[in-house]
Design a protein around this ligand. Structure first.
Ligand code: 5GP
Ligand code: MG
Ligand code: MG
Length: 190
Protein backbone atom coordinates (compact mmCIF):
# COMPACT_ATOMS: atom_id res chain seq x y z
CA UNK A 1 0.00 0.00 0.00
CA UNK A 2 1.15 3.51 -0.67
CA UNK A 3 -0.69 6.05 1.47
CA UNK A 4 -0.73 9.64 0.30
CA UNK A 5 1.36 11.69 2.69
CA UNK A 6 2.26 14.33 0.14
CA UNK A 7 1.27 16.96 2.72
CA UNK A 8 3.96 15.77 5.13
CA UNK A 9 7.52 17.05 5.16
CA UNK A 10 9.18 13.69 4.73
CA UNK A 11 9.73 11.20 1.96
CA UNK A 12 9.25 7.44 2.05
CA UNK A 13 12.94 6.91 1.22
CA UNK A 14 13.90 5.90 4.77
CA UNK A 15 11.53 2.92 4.85
CA UNK A 16 11.64 -0.53 3.31
CA UNK A 17 7.88 -0.82 3.53
CA UNK A 18 4.80 0.17 5.49
CA UNK A 19 3.74 -2.64 7.85
CA UNK A 20 0.51 -1.13 9.19
CA UNK A 21 -1.25 1.84 7.59
CA UNK A 22 -3.03 4.56 9.53
CA UNK A 23 -6.33 3.27 8.16
CA UNK A 24 -5.63 -0.24 9.43
CA UNK A 25 -4.68 1.13 12.85
CA UNK A 26 -7.93 3.09 13.07
CA UNK A 27 -10.05 0.12 12.06
CA UNK A 28 -8.32 -2.20 14.54
CA UNK A 29 -8.63 0.31 17.39
CA UNK A 30 -12.38 0.53 16.63
CA UNK A 31 -12.61 -3.24 17.15
CA UNK A 32 -10.49 -3.29 20.30
CA UNK A 33 -12.45 -0.40 21.80
CA UNK A 34 -15.72 -2.31 21.36
CA UNK A 35 -14.22 -5.22 23.34
CA UNK A 36 -12.74 -3.00 26.03
CA UNK A 37 -16.00 -1.08 26.50
CA UNK A 38 -17.88 -4.36 26.93
CA UNK A 39 -15.27 -5.94 29.24
CA UNK A 40 -15.07 -2.89 31.52
CA UNK A 41 -18.74 -1.86 31.43
CA UNK A 42 -19.71 -0.39 34.80
CA UNK A 43 -16.09 -0.46 35.97
CA UNK A 44 -13.71 2.35 36.80
CA UNK A 45 -10.92 1.96 34.23
CA UNK A 46 -7.44 3.48 34.42
CA UNK A 47 -5.32 3.39 31.26
CA UNK A 48 -1.60 3.35 31.98
CA UNK A 49 0.46 4.51 29.02
CA UNK A 50 4.13 3.76 28.71
CA UNK A 51 6.00 6.83 27.49
CA UNK A 52 6.92 7.78 24.93
CA UNK A 53 6.08 5.03 22.46
CA UNK A 54 2.48 4.54 23.57
CA UNK A 55 1.45 8.18 23.15
CA UNK A 56 -0.21 7.72 19.76
CA UNK A 57 -2.03 4.47 20.56
CA UNK A 58 -3.13 5.88 23.93
CA UNK A 59 -4.55 9.02 22.32
CA UNK A 60 -6.39 7.13 19.60
CA UNK A 61 -7.64 4.31 21.85
CA UNK A 62 -8.71 6.59 24.71
CA UNK A 63 -10.83 8.71 22.35
CA UNK A 64 -12.80 5.56 21.51
CA UNK A 65 -13.61 4.92 25.19
CA UNK A 66 -16.10 6.61 27.55
CA UNK A 67 -15.04 9.97 29.01
CA UNK A 68 -14.85 8.75 32.60
CA UNK A 69 -11.93 6.47 31.65
CA UNK A 70 -8.73 7.95 33.08
CA UNK A 71 -5.17 8.10 31.79
CA UNK A 72 -1.90 7.99 33.67
CA UNK A 73 1.68 7.69 32.42
CA UNK A 74 4.86 5.91 33.27
CA UNK A 75 8.26 6.16 31.68
CA UNK A 76 10.51 3.14 31.83
CA UNK A 77 13.73 2.48 30.06
CA UNK A 78 14.81 -0.83 28.62
CA UNK A 79 16.36 0.34 25.39
CA UNK A 80 19.01 2.93 24.71
CA UNK A 81 18.84 4.94 21.54
CA UNK A 82 19.67 1.90 19.46
CA UNK A 83 17.70 -1.15 18.35
CA UNK A 84 18.72 -3.80 20.91
CA UNK A 85 17.15 -4.68 24.25
CA UNK A 86 19.39 -4.20 27.27
CA UNK A 87 17.20 -6.38 29.51
CA UNK A 88 17.46 -3.74 32.22
CA UNK A 89 14.26 -1.90 33.20
CA UNK A 90 14.36 1.38 35.11
CA UNK A 91 11.49 3.67 36.18
CA UNK A 92 12.17 7.14 34.78
CA UNK A 93 8.75 8.53 35.70
CA UNK A 94 6.31 6.81 38.03
CA UNK A 95 2.50 6.96 38.01
CA UNK A 96 0.61 9.75 39.77
CA UNK A 97 -2.35 7.47 40.55
CA UNK A 98 -2.75 5.11 43.50
CA UNK A 99 -3.65 1.73 42.00
CA UNK A 100 -5.36 0.31 45.08
CA UNK A 101 -8.63 -1.32 43.98
CA UNK A 102 -8.35 0.01 40.41
CA UNK A 103 -8.89 -1.78 37.12
CA UNK A 104 -5.70 -1.04 35.20
CA UNK A 105 -5.12 -1.47 31.48
CA UNK A 106 -1.52 -1.01 30.41
CA UNK A 107 -1.37 0.54 26.95
CA UNK A 108 1.79 -0.38 25.08
CA UNK A 109 3.16 0.38 21.65
CA UNK A 110 4.94 -2.91 21.00
CA UNK A 111 5.84 -6.19 22.61
CA UNK A 112 9.21 -7.30 21.32
CA UNK A 113 11.00 -9.62 23.77
CA UNK A 114 8.30 -8.97 26.38
CA UNK A 115 10.94 -8.22 29.03
CA UNK A 116 9.69 -4.68 29.71
CA UNK A 117 6.04 -5.64 29.92
CA UNK A 118 6.61 -8.66 32.10
CA UNK A 119 8.52 -6.49 34.55
CA UNK A 120 5.84 -3.79 34.40
CA UNK A 121 3.03 -6.29 35.02
CA UNK A 122 4.76 -7.56 38.14
CA UNK A 123 5.41 -4.03 39.33
CA UNK A 124 1.83 -2.77 38.87
CA UNK A 125 0.27 -5.97 40.23
CA UNK A 126 2.22 -5.50 43.46
CA UNK A 127 0.45 -2.15 44.04
CA UNK A 128 -2.93 -3.58 45.03
CA UNK A 129 -4.83 -3.14 41.75
CA UNK A 130 -8.08 -5.05 41.35
CA UNK A 131 -6.98 -6.14 37.86
CA UNK A 132 -4.06 -5.44 35.53
CA UNK A 133 -4.37 -6.26 31.83
CA UNK A 134 -2.48 -5.30 28.68
CA UNK A 135 -3.41 -3.71 25.37
CA UNK A 136 -0.58 -3.53 22.85
CA UNK A 137 -0.79 -2.20 19.32
CA UNK A 138 1.99 -4.41 17.98
CA UNK A 139 3.59 -7.72 18.85
CA UNK A 140 6.53 -9.59 17.31
CA UNK A 141 5.71 -13.26 17.93
CA UNK A 142 9.15 -14.40 16.75
CA UNK A 143 10.97 -12.20 19.28
CA UNK A 144 9.03 -13.08 22.44
CA UNK A 145 11.27 -14.36 25.27
CA UNK A 146 8.83 -14.08 28.16
CA UNK A 147 5.35 -15.59 28.14
CA UNK A 148 2.80 -12.83 28.78
CA UNK A 149 -0.97 -12.93 28.68
CA UNK A 150 -1.94 -9.99 26.48
CA UNK A 151 -5.68 -9.39 26.49
CA UNK A 152 -5.89 -6.92 23.58
CA UNK A 153 -3.49 -7.04 20.65
CA UNK A 154 -3.56 -4.91 17.51
CA UNK A 155 -1.28 -6.61 15.01
CA UNK A 156 1.31 -9.36 14.94
CA UNK A 157 4.23 -8.15 12.83
CA UNK A 158 7.50 -9.63 11.50
CA UNK A 159 10.61 -9.61 13.68
CA UNK A 160 12.07 -6.45 12.18
CA UNK A 161 12.80 -3.03 13.64
CA UNK A 162 9.84 -0.74 12.99
CA UNK A 163 9.25 2.98 13.51
CA UNK A 164 6.27 5.31 13.42
CA UNK A 165 3.04 5.87 15.31
CA UNK A 166 4.96 6.54 18.52
CA UNK A 167 7.90 4.23 17.87
CA UNK A 168 11.26 5.90 17.42
CA UNK A 169 14.71 5.39 16.20
CA UNK A 170 16.98 7.82 18.09
CA UNK A 171 13.84 9.87 18.97
CA UNK A 172 12.94 10.29 15.30
CA UNK A 173 9.99 8.95 13.29
CA UNK A 174 7.55 8.88 16.26
CA UNK A 175 5.25 11.31 14.45
CA UNK A 176 4.62 9.08 11.43
CA UNK A 177 0.91 8.21 11.16
CA UNK A 178 1.78 4.63 10.11
CA UNK A 179 4.19 1.86 11.16
CA UNK A 180 7.06 1.11 8.79
CA UNK A 181 10.26 -0.89 8.59
CA UNK A 182 13.25 1.40 8.75
CA UNK A 183 15.91 0.77 6.15
CA UNK A 184 18.92 -0.80 7.89
CA UNK A 185 21.11 1.71 6.06
CA UNK A 186 19.47 4.51 8.07
CA UNK A 187 20.53 3.18 11.47
CA UNK A 188 23.83 1.89 10.19
CA UNK A 189 24.75 5.52 9.44
CA UNK A 190 23.70 6.82 12.87
P1 5GP B 1 10.69 -5.45 24.85
O1 5GP B 1 11.03 -5.31 26.29
O2 5GP B 1 9.35 -6.15 24.63
O3 5GP B 1 11.77 -6.15 24.11
O4 5GP B 1 10.59 -4.01 24.21
C1 5GP B 1 10.52 -2.87 24.99
C2 5GP B 1 10.45 -1.60 24.23
O5 5GP B 1 11.44 -1.55 23.22
C3 5GP B 1 9.15 -1.32 23.49
O6 5GP B 1 8.12 -0.82 24.32
C4 5GP B 1 9.62 -0.28 22.48
O7 5GP B 1 9.67 0.98 23.08
C5 5GP B 1 11.01 -0.78 22.15
N1 5GP B 1 10.98 -1.58 20.90
C6 5GP B 1 10.87 -2.93 20.77
N2 5GP B 1 10.83 -3.28 19.48
C7 5GP B 1 10.90 -2.13 18.77
C8 5GP B 1 10.89 -1.83 17.36
O8 5GP B 1 10.78 -2.66 16.45
N3 5GP B 1 11.00 -0.50 17.03
C9 5GP B 1 11.10 0.49 17.96
N4 5GP B 1 11.18 1.73 17.51
N5 5GP B 1 11.11 0.24 19.29
C10 5GP B 1 11.01 -1.05 19.68
MG1 MG C 1 6.78 0.75 24.86
MG1 MG D 1 12.62 3.73 21.63
Amino acid sequence: MSPDFSHAAFTMDDFTRVVVTDKQIGARLDELAVKIRADYAGKDLLLVGVLKGAVMVMADLARRLPPYVQMDWMAVSSYGSGTRSSGVVRILKDLDADLTGRHVLIVEDIIDTGVTLSWLLGNLRSRGAESVEVAALLRKPDAIQVDIDVKYIGFDIPNEFVVGYGLDWAEKYRTLPFVAILKPSVYAEG
